[in-house]
Design a protein around this ligand. Sequence first.
Ligand SMILES: [Zn+2]
Length: 306
Amino acid sequence: MTEFGIGVDLGGTNLRAAAIDRAGNLLDKPISVDTNYQGGREAVIGDIVNAVSSLKHQFSGARLAGVGIGVPGFIRLREGFITNSNNLPYLENFPVRDEIEKRLGTPIILENDANAAALGETWQGAGQDVDSLVLLTLGTGIGGGIILDNKVLHGAVGMAGELGHLTIDPNGPPCGCGNNGCLEKIASATAVESMAYLMSLGDNLTSRDVYNLAAAGNVKAQRIFEQMGRALGIALGNLVNTFNFPLYLLSGGMLPAWDYFAPTMMEEASRRSFSFRNSDTRIAQAKLGNLAGLYGAAYLPLQNLP
Ligand SMILES: [Zn+2]
């Protein structure tokens, strides 16, 4: 009997769920539901339960190994709690995992969304040829996931890999986490938009507008991506020095600007890391796009199978 896992990705604007078998085949196209964040806890939990139930029903001829759920925010892994999430404040300090498990009668594994994406890329994406990697997701914030020997590196309570909060500039702009000059304050889409505003490039420009300006030859816009690249390069140099992994991946909405930020990123990483300069360590683009989190979440219950 085919064994499969269900992956759920609780994103900023929609909730997606997919059934993926042990060989890595997506069994059907993912279900996508607009998330009703205003509806509060019951609405979100109800949406998750409905999406998973519908997939369970659709593939009732196969054996479901379990359900993995990728959520934005800090996770307390053992307790199955989300301790801090900007998008889902009403799920904080509530036994999310146990509640969903009770309603579905299926084992649930909660994971941070960037950790799930990193695992997905290792299983079926750009990291298939390695066992250990780091993924940075460049979106409105920056998420991070560390995969060591094909497993998510969790740390003591499940909060390892918060790489968006690596200090890049000790005197940089304040971050919601309490620190100053975090990576995500310099290299996320939001950071690009703030820099564009501070450099008087225009009011209310989106990161895509700034990208279009850079592509059209605007030097100020290009300089913003160079700064973003330097910040990423500092972070990556540190990560290479820390882990000596073979692969570091970037994904997320800012990836199309690769040509504008990658040169300074590579230069900076190279300058700051002896082992990067002297080995075939790769910094590359992830492959699975917004499916990575679904693959990784579905793989969580599958990877524990004998
Ligand atoms: Zn921070």
